[in-house]
Ligand binder design. Structure first.
Ligand code: PSU
Ligand code: MN
Length: 308
């Protein structure tokens, strides 16, 4: 039972939580800032359906008119998707201001984790997490997602991180803060569009049950924080590394030339990589999110069987 005066849990989500059934949180910045309209809305609805088809209840998270929402209506998803980058991108820092103003905002991995935890949801599926940006030695640009993973008990199923980031430094940062990076059926850290990278995960686990057991034990011991569950993009949708690397280099150069920083940096890079690579990267992006939704549902079912 969650008592939070600012939080609305959708009835379907509340029923599942009360019954100890699996619930998978989904973020909304991926809708507003991560993909173009109308594919973003279609994808968000398809991901919810994929979670349902695999035996869990989806809870897409956002802030709507000042209310923290765990579970959105199709109309709310449409509004977020159509507004796109005009919607406020809300990370941990921004949450109280958007609520106080009665405003609407799309939640990042960090703030989706916060609201999921308030609602009692332990699993979350998305595309890619934020991380340590390339050049962070100078810019200090480190996503708040990483600190959130260190302190909030929600596991994030993702396809690794895009190489707009410095993957080596991202792993170092996560290690320092005690956040495990698990590879699902892989030893290599997936890099979003590609199934692997030059880096290794901390632990390779081969079944949803093994992942659920690690989560169950971590939280049963009251160890704080979450976990990164890195799930490689399905082989059929993986992109050639050279094409994606070239697009990322171009996007990074443009960001530098235009002096893009702060919370604008990730949305700028995502939009440019999407434009430069055209439909291919979007198709890959959609498929990897669906793949992550399936794994999150499967882990959720196992976790529910262990009593959460
Ligand atoms: N990476 C992606 N797609 C995304 C994001 C990151 O491949 O949509 C979004 C997520 O919402 C993530 C946020 O939490 O960007 C990170 O932004 P920042 O680097 O400003 O913390
Ligand atoms: Mn940043």
């Amino acid at each position: 039972m969650t008592l939070n005066a600012y939080l609305d849990i959708a009835p379907e989500v509340q029923r599942a939580l009360d019954a100890g059934q699996p619930v998978v949180a989904l973020e909304s910045t991926i809708i507003s800032h991560g993909m173009p309209y109308p594919q973003n809305v279609a994808t968000a609805l398809q991901v919810e359906q994929e979670v349902r088809d695999h035996g869990a209840v989806p809870a897409t998270i956002a802030i709507v008119n000042g209310r923290l929402k765990a579970g959105l209506s199709a109309a709310e998803i449409e509004t977020l998707g159509k507004s796109g980058r005009d919607v406020v991108k809300v990370s941990r820092r921004d949450v109280p201001f958007i609520v106080a103003a009665g405003a609407t905002g799309a939640t990042t991995v960090a703030s989706t984790m916060i609201i999921a935890a308030m609602a009692g949801i332990r699993l979350f599926a998305t595309g890619g997490i934020g991380g340590v940006h390339r050049g962070a030695q100078q810019s200090f640009d480190v996503s708040a997602d990483l600190q959130e993973l260190a302190q909030t008990p929600v596991a994030v199923v993702c396809a690794g991180a895009k190489s707009i980031l410095d993957l080596r430094l991202t792993l170092e940062y996560l290690e320092t803060h005690g956040v495990p990076v698990v590879g699902y059926q892989t030893n290599a850290l997936p890099a979003f569009f590609t199934r692997d990278s030059a880096f290794s995960v901390d632990y390779r686990l081969n079944t949803p049950q093994e992942i659920a057991r690690a989560l169950h034990v971590k939280w049963a011991m009251s160890l704080k924080g979450g976990m990164v569950i890195a799930n490689p993009i399905p082989e059929a949708y993986a992109m050639p590394r050279t094409a994606i690397d070239a697009a990322i280099e171009q996007a990074l150069a443009e960001a530098q030339a235009q002096n893009i920083g702060g919370k604008e940096s990730t949305p700028f890079l995502l939009a440019r990589v999407c434009d430069i690579t055209g439909g291919d990267s979007l198709a890959a992006n959609i498929q990897l999110v669906l793949n992550n939704a399936r794994l999150a549902a499967a882990v959720g079912i196992e976790l529910a069987g262990m009593g959460g």
